[in-house]
Design a binder for this molecule. Structure first.
Ligand code: ZN
Length: 293
């Protein structure tokens, strides 16, 4: 059986076909333009492929409440044309298959716990650090949605005393995303992160903020593992620095065997940047199962 997987990102959209074991059979990437153009490309790809169901993970905020009249909508995004857009409804009407839906970062988290190194872990947090910062949470084996979905990237931060950068977030200035996203790094230091690999002060400050976020997550959610993915985390030196910050900032307050083994507690994504699209396959598999019952 072939499943459709669709990852709609702020800049690019990935369409793929895959099987339940996570194998990707065919995949294309298109720029996310205005909704009309993008949806038409998406439908062109999936039409006549005989998919049994489609899993969609999207940038947000999105409405995940199945009782809501705007379930499946992208809601308040500033991205032109996509505000209050019925993503799931439009696609389901055209393809006429069951559609599973979640946030982009929940898609990545689902990929990691279904097919990756964190397979079958019951309590995991996934943070993506790139153009924006997002986070997903699985507790007792279930994705947390609550009233909307977590927005971990916008947690408020204690600013490092010598950091005079005001922050990039249009809503909060110096939240985690405002201080530590790719665009924040570029604006603070005047160069893109890729060009700053050798500058230790850049990554020490980045590790201070990401470490602080991890500490907040340990204290609030008590996860058994924290996965850090996204473009900024391709700076692999960050992992050791973040682990050190977490130890320092926790200051011995939480002591568990899992935290002692920090290399296996704070880990990189394990699916070669396919975690998102593989998570969409899982969303499709689950959508089909739910439809049958
Ligand atoms: Zn913010």
């Amino acid at each position: 059986m072939v499943y459709g997987a669709l990852e709609v990102g702020g800049t690019k959209t990935v369409c793929a076909l895959g099987t339940e074991d996570g194998t990707i059979k065919e995949q294309i990437s298109i720029p996310t333009g205005n909704p009309d153009e993008t949806i038409s490309e998406i439908l062109k790809f999936f039409k006549d492929k005989g998919i049994a169901a489609l899993g969609v993970a999207s940038f947000g905020p999105v409405d995940l409440d199945r009782e809501s009249p705007t379930y499946g909508y992208i809601t308040t995004t500033p991205k032109p044309g996509w505000g209050n857009y019925d993503l799931v409804g439009t696609i389901r009407k055209a393809l006429n298959v069951p559609v599973g839906f979640d946030t982009d970062v929940n898609g990545s988290l689902l990929g990691e716990v279904t097919y990756g190194d964190s397979k079958d872990l019951s309590d995991v947090v996934y943070i993506t650090v790139g153009t924006g910062i997002g986070g997903g949470v699985i507790t007792n084996g279930n994705l947390i949605h609550g009233m909307l979905h977590p927005e971990l990237g916008h947690m408020l931060m204690r600013v490092y005393p010598s950091d005079k950068y005001s922050g990039k977030c249009p809503y909060h200035k110096n939240c985690l995303e405002g201080l530590a996203s790719g665009p924040a790094i570029e604006e603070r230091w005047g160069k893109r992160g890729e060009e700053l690999s050798g500058c230790s002060e850049v990554w020490e400050l980045e590790a201070y903020y990401l470490g602080q976020a991890v500490v907040n997550l340990i204290l609030t959610l008590s996860p058994k593992r924290i996965i850090l993915g996204g473009g900024v985390m391709h700076q692999e030196q960050l992992f050791a620095m973040i682990r050190k910050e977490v130890k320092q900032q926790l200051n011995g307050y939480v002591r568990t065997a899992l935290l002692e083994d920090m290399d296996n507690y704070i880990v990189p994504a394990s699916l070669n940047d396919d975690q998102g699209i593989m998570g969409c396959i899982k969303l499709a598999v689950d959508a089909l199962k739910e439809n049958r019952s």
